[in-house]
Design a protein around this ligand. Structure first.
Ligand code: AMP
Length: 218
């Protein structure tokens, strides 16, 4: 299974990628997680990426493409992968195609997660994240067992700086301008499936599993 999860920030791509990765034993490649880890470790790449991320802007293509190329070469991706948050621009999509072709691989499909804009803003502004294990919660919809503490690893939860209102607005604008054109890009290549991602995590997971079912047979 080699798939891309496409959609605006806050549509639940990361949550579903996590579940699909566990269920079907394929790698989850989240460029947001990889970048946040680089920021946390204060690597040169992380230092370069941080200012873009804090503002809700895209990190330059060359930086992200390098990260994804390295990850795709990893043996953990041999059985398949779910790409979460990549590609986000047409040049990234072109690079992904080239990188896969050089390994005699191709994408099986691209799932376009669709959620009404008001719901996306609600999901993002109430999101709380674990800086250590990257698990996410929500102040209303997915509360941790102990207020402010990660269920999984016990770390204190934080609001990502790019989940603050001003950055959310920028991220949605950046999505509309730079990422939304990928819907057409992949539709023209007959790779696109649409998914109503406005339900609960379990309901969306069920629908998503149906969408992905044909790819498991290959
Ligand atoms: P995410 O967790 O996917 O919402 O990503 C968080 C932030 O990381 C984004 O707002 C961007 O600043 C950066 N980022 C993640 N993926 C990409 C990408 N494919 N291209 C450029 N920037 C990215």
């Amino acid at each position: 299974m080699r798939v891309v999860f496409l959609g605006a920030p806050g549509v639940g791509k990361g949550t579903q990628a996590e579940r699909i990765s566990a269920q079907y034993r394929v790698a989850k490649i989240s460029t947001g997680d990889l970048l946040r880890e680089a920021v946390r470790m204060k690597t040169p790449l992380g230092i370069e990426a941080k200012s873009y991320m804090d503002q809700g802007k895209l990190v330059p293509d060359a930086v992200v493409i390098g990260l994804v190329r390295a990850k795709l070469a990893d043996p953990s991706c041999a059985a398949g992968f779910v790409l979460d948050g990549f590609p986000r621009t047409v040049p990234q999509a072109e690079e992904l195609g080239t990188a896969l072709a050089s390994k005699a691989m191709a994408l099986d499909g691209v799932v376009n997660f669709q959620v009404p804009r008001e719901a996306v803003v609600q999901r993002l502004s109430g999101r709380r994240s674990c800086p250590k294990c990257q698990a996410t919660f929500h102040v209303n919809f997915a509360k941790p067992k102990v207020d402010g503490i990660c269920d999984r690893c016990g770390e204190s939860l934080v609001q990502r700086s790019d989940d603050e209102r001003e950055a959310i607005e920028t991220r949605l604008k950046v999505y509309d301008e730079q990422t939304a054109p990928l819907v057409r890009y992949y539709d023209e290549r007959q790779l696109l499936s649409s998914l109503d991602a406005s339900g609960t995590v379990d309901v969306v997971f069920q629908h998503l599993s149906q969408v992905l079912a044909p790819y498991q047979m290959r």
